[in-house]
Design a protein around this ligand. Structure first.
Ligand SMILES: [Zn+2]
Length: 174
């Protein structure tokens, strides 16, 4: 039962967000969301009154207007963007407390706290890098820091599992 996620689409079939299965069942039972036109796989949820089939993707029956919201480069958003991976040694840290935020261009050297200057580093690499520039410390970044779209942030924070059934819609986003 755990971690069953459903991709929720707007009535226009644009991606809205990832929701958990309980919320998805409620939306479907209330008639607020239906399976998309395209055939998708289903979860089988065992209930007292028999099995319940829940599509991996649901589409709202009525279009909702969602305002475009920018995400701030908070610690958690930076970690999520970088997939909980130290961008220097490439090690994945599931334990958030062992990760730190590194200013690629150090603050003391005029580096800002923007999406494009913040990266995920383990404590060890952050100590090694210290107050140096990449050139000075001779360290390399796995991925250059970038500003993700609001949807990319949502995806990286909401789930670590992307279902195959979602692929047709994800192609337009990620
Ligand atoms: Zn590291």
């Amino acid at each position: 039962m755990r971690d069953r996620k459903v991709l929720l689409l707007n009535a226009s079939e644009e991606i809205l967000k990832i929701i958990d299965w309980k919320r998805a069942v409620v939306l479907q039972l209330r008639g607020k969301a239906v399976a998309p036109y395209r055939n998708v796989n289903k979860y089988t949820i065992k209930g007292k009154d028999g099995d319940y089939e829940l599509p991996h993707v649901l589409m709202l029956t009525r279009y909702v207007h969602v305002p475009y919201k920018e995400n701030i480069p908070s610690r958690i958003n930076i970690f999520a963007r970088d997939k909980w991976t130290c961008q220097y040694c490439g090690k994945v840290h599931k334990n958030k407390t062992s990760l730190t935020i590194d200013h690629v261009m150090p603050k003391s050297r005029g580096g800002d706290s923007s999406w494009t200057n913040l990266t995920t580093a383990c404590a060890r690499c952050n100590t090694l890098k210290a107050n140096k520039t990449l050139k000075e410390c001779r360290m390399n970044l796995h991925k250059k820091p970038y500003k993700p779209t609001p949807l990319q942030v949502h995806f990286s924070r909401a789930t670590s599992v992307i279902l195959d059934s979602w692929t047709p819609w994800l192609k337009k986003v990620c």
